[in-house]
Design a protein. Structure first.
Lengths: 181, 181
């Protein structure tokens, strides 16, 4: 079976919804997509401190799974080995939160297939779906760029905007082998 | 730089000393090496429950670094990228303990180079030092088998019995390239 390395934050988990929650609480207004599209939300004026919340216990514990992600992961698992490869070791307190979140929201993914790391260049897989261009640049397999505010200008990778487009991509990959998702 | 993937338990960290502590506490006697050499200590009569302690908060927090491991890791880092690749995701509560332990005892290893995983076949590196034959079997680089009670009969890999032998191995590797450790 070919192997897919799935990023967690901003691919499986809607981290920006959480940032928006904290942004509005701390700054008193809620930015619209147009305000941070093309940058990171914590690059907006007065919002630098938001990134520090990534270190807090609980930040990752109650984020929302991306629409259709659970359903499409289950479909992909029929044909691929699905690993979650998440940059977690920068954030000591994220480790348990992420473990709990994955086991709650993606119970079909075995703990054997969790990878909590820092530098994804050590990952050997056939596909990587990630919102960070820097991770895809060091990857030797096929990289898919999941759209996030900070990567909208990149044109170097197959872009996926949502999980239905991920599904479509792998439908086409499987069709080349005469298989259906 | 070539990359070394270091296992943590029973390679960097003396897990068996901790098992012996619990064994003696729970069973009232302290096994000698000859009693468990060739098997796992928790395969001894009455000791099956010991493996459950791996799931407890704190089990991994105060283990002792293997003799010479810190010094040799620092030397290896002059010539290699050193990653810690540890089977941690089976044990939710080990994650933070392992993070804290690594940052305390091996501060020269950056968090970017921690990999907490389950299935090491996803790791791409040049060398892997591990006490589990199953991990080396799935590894495409050069595997070094670190002696532990459960692997003493294996003859398929370069065997290292301690960190001075690891040092010696890499001295010889570097000598092939005209370098010295």
């Amino acid at each position: 079976m070919k192997r897919i390395a799935l990023d967690m934050d901003e691919v499986m988990a809607d981290i920006y919804a959480k940032f928006l929650y904290y942004f509005e609480r701390d700054l008193g207004w809620r930015p619209e997509k147009k305000d941070y599209w093309g940058i990171k939300i914590y690059e907006l004026e007065g919002a630098t401190h938001l990134r520090k919340y990534l270190h807090a216990v609980g930040f990752f514990s109650d984020v929302t799974p991306m629409p259709n992600s659970q359903k499409v992961v289950a479909e992909l698992q029929q044909h691929y080995e699905v690993f979650v490869v998440t940059s977690a070791t920068e954030f000591r307190n994220s480790l348990v939160d992420k473990w709990d979140w994955l086991s709650t929201h993606f119970p079909s993914i075995h703990w054997k297939n969790y990878v909590f790391c820092g530098d994804k260049s050590i990952i050997d897989a056939d596909y990587m779906i990630d919102d960070h261009v820097s991770n895809l640049q060091k990857f030797r397999g096929k990289g898919l760029l999941y759209t996030a505010s900070h990567n909208v200008h990149n044109k170097d990778y197959v872009r996926v905007n949502n999980w239905l487009e991920i599904r479509q991509f792998f439908q086409e990959e499987l069709a080349k082998e005469g298989k259906t998702l």
